[in-house]
Design a protein around this ligand. Structure first.
Ligand SMILES: [Ca+2]
Ligand SMILES: [Ca+2]
Ligand SMILES: [Ca+2]
Length: 245
């Protein structure tokens, strides 16, 4: 090999070393761009605080309704008023996590209370909840809450909801702001023989397989719309993979 050949070879070897990381970076940038495009111009970010640090909720799995995104009114949620009727109000600010959870935001939040006389641990539950589980309440038609989710497996998912409903109601679900089911009927959990009025908002039920939706992998947004009647509490939604496509 002549001197010129040696020189050319060393330049090419150098280029390989130099360009390999650039190619890797280009792939990363491309992936990032695709995700940004998928989320459109969405300005919300996944919820995180001093307790919950896991970022976007993982699918398949259990989506906790109280971990809707950060970003505020008309970005991560729409609520009919500007106050949290639960955290810091019904549940007086006392420095505790449960009483002050997202108390500065308009979405209304409380938690399951097991006590005597019973509230969320009453004999009128259809399905027993767990104690001290945060949930969204004071729901009204027109309100919505949005989540960044991280779908790990493409496929068709069965969704099941842990909830209460003072009356028959309806919710709608959207992926990336496109409705995938605009009207899911949520059966009332009203029990006439329970004579304690406020407890009609505390009879828990699990609506198994309330709908089925198809999901691609990756980051995307999931929105829960309160469509009709309101008066529901949303605790969590299970996403169970029913079929790999
Ligand atoms: Ca509110
Ligand atoms: Ca509300
Ligand atoms: Ca919850």
């Amino acid at each position: 090999m002549g001197v010129t050949h040696k020189l050319m070879k060393s330049i090419l070897d150098c280029k390989k070393v130099f360009f390999a990381p650039l190619t890797f970076c280009a792939i990363l940038v491309q992936t990032s761009c695709n995700q940004n495009n998928f989320l459109g111009d969405y300005k919300g970010t996944p919820f995180t605080d001093e307790v919950y640090k896991e970022g976007p909720q993982k699918i398949p799995g259990r989506l906790q309704c109280e971990y809707y995104d950060l970003g505020g009114e008309k970005v991560a949620y729409h609520d009919i008023d500007s106050i949290n009727s639960g955290s810091g109000r019904l549940n007086k600010a006392d420095g505790s996590y449960l009483h002050e959870f997202r108390s500065k935001e308009a979405v209304d939040i409380s938690y399951t209370k097991f006590q005597d006389p019973p509230i969320d641990n009453s004999p009128y539950n259809f399905v027993d909840p767990i104690a001290n589980d945060l949930y969204i309440g004071w729901t009204e038609p027109g309100e919505w809450i949005k989540y960044t989710i991280d779908v790990k497996e493409k496929g068709s998912y069965n969704l099941s909801l842990m909830y209460t409903a003072n009356k028959n109601a309806k919710i709608g679900l959207a992926i990336n702001d496109k409705m995938v089911n605009p009207s899911i009927e949520i059966p009332s959990t009203y029990v006439a023989k329970d004579t304690i009025g406020f407890r009609q908002w505390h009879h828990w039920n699990y609506l198994k397989n309330m709908t089925k939706i198809d999901l691609e992998t990756g980051l995307q947004t999931f929105t829960v719309h309160t469509v009709a009647t309101g008066n529901m509490n949303y605790n969590y939604i299970d996403f169970q993979l029913s079929k790999i496509e």
